[in-house]
Each structure stands twice: as structure tokens, then as C-alpha cells.
Design a protein around this ligand. Structure first.
Ligand code: GRF
Length: 190
């Protein structure tokens, strides 16, 4: 198993575009980053992010079968000696059993200023409620959806001219900026 002294073997779970995966891969290539991305798993075999990962010579697995997604993933996490899982645009909810069995840290990025707006349609809700700010949060994954300890979050002003699309674009930029920072911050304080 390829080990990079000091770098944690990391797996990233995705479901689609993988723009957060891209920023994590770019970060992992930096000498002083604390992660080495070894594995990318998607519940969608056609996920765009899988293509990007494979071009970066990272092991990729698309597991579309819902019933054995978790068992197959657990086997792969063990096989590749993974220390940390990062969920990045991953649209499935992992079971408590999976979290317990993996037993090492799982992080997720959520496009809201948690604890506000857990779940879906975060930007729509923020606009509808005339919030002044939106943002993104990286948090530890626990059995309760979007409720784990927040590691890092960053906010952005919601302008009168913003709609869901423009806000999503602004927040996505923040996501790409803070996920790598959050991973290193989390691992430094381990
Ligand atoms: C992002 O908005 C992220 O916050 C959410 O999924 C969306 C897509 O992410 N979790 P990506 O481009 O697939 O990383």
C-alpha cells in the first residue's frame, strides 16, 4: 500500500460533477497537504468526477447497486487502508451502521451555514427567508443528518439581485476554497 508519511490515506465519495473532488485532488497534490487521495467511490457509475479522478491516477469505483453500496464501500476502505472519508457532492445518506463499522472520521460539505438549513434546497430557503447571508460548512458526519461538529464554515452576502443559481455559484466557490482548509484543520487537530 502506497503510504505517504504524514499524509492520511483519503477516500472521496461523490455522486456527480465532482467539483469539490477536483479541489480536494488539487490540494492533495501539494507537498504540505495532509491528505493523499487514494480512492474515489460513487453511487453513480456515470459520475463526471470519476473520469477526472481516473485521469489523476486515483482508484475509482462506481457502485450503483443500492443494497450492497455500503458493504462494498467498507471492503474497499479496508483494502486501501483509508484513514479519512470526505463526502463531496455525495447525495446518499450513510447508515449509522456504516459510520460505526468504518469507525474513522467522515467529513461532509453542506451548502448552508449549519445548523441552519439542514437537508436539501438550502439556497432556495435562504432566499425565501430573506437571509442576509448564505455559505458552506464542513462538518463531521454522524448518524443525524448534517448535525455533526462544524469544522469550518464561510459566509457570503445574499444580494437582492441573487437567485438560486447565482447564489449556488457563489457558495460553490466558497466550498472549493474551504474544503481543503477544513480537511487540514481537522487532521491537524486530530
Ligand atoms: C455542491 O453544492 C455541494 O455543496 C453539495 O453537492 C453539490 C455538488 O457538489 N453537497 P460537486 O460539484 O459534485 O462537488
Amino acid at each position: 500500500m502506497e503510504q505517504y508519511p504524514g499524509k492520511k490515506n483519503t477516500a472521496v465519495f461523490i455522486s456527480g460533477r465532482g467539483s469539490n473532488l477536483k479541489s480536494l485532488i488539487k490540494h492533495s497534490k501539494k507537498k504540505n497537504s495532509l491528505i493523499k487521495i487514494i480512492l474515489v467511490i460513487s453511487n453513480n457509475e456515470d459520475a463526471e468526477g470519476l473520469k477526472y479522478a481516473s485521469r489523476s491516477k486515483i482508484k475509482i469505483y462506481g457502485i450503483k447497486n443500492k443494497s450492497n453500496f455500503e458493504n462494498k464501500s467498507l471492503k474497499l476502505l479496508k483494502k486501501y487502508n483509508i484513514d479519512l472519508v470526505c463526502l463531496a457532492g455525495f447525495m446518499k445518506i450513510l447508515s449509522g451502521n456504516f459510520i460505526k463499522k468504518f469507525s474513522k472520521p467522515i467529513l461532509n460539505i453542506h451548502p448552508s451555514l449549519l445548523p441552519k438549513y439542514k437537508g436539501l434546497n438550502t439556497h432556495e430557503r435562504a432566499i425565501k427567508n430573506k437571509d442576509r447571508f448564505a455559505g458552506a460548512s464542513i462538518h463531521k458526519v454522524t448518524e443525524k443528518l448534517d448535525s455533526g461538529k462544524v469544522i469550518l464554515q464561510k459566509k457570503v452576502k445574499i444580494l437582492k439581485s441573487d437567485d438560486v443559481r447565482s447564489l449556488e455559484k457563489k457558495v460553490l466557490k466558497i466550498e472549493h476554497e474551504i474544503y481543503p482548509k477544513a480537511v487540514d484543520k481537522f487532521l491537524t487537530n486530530l
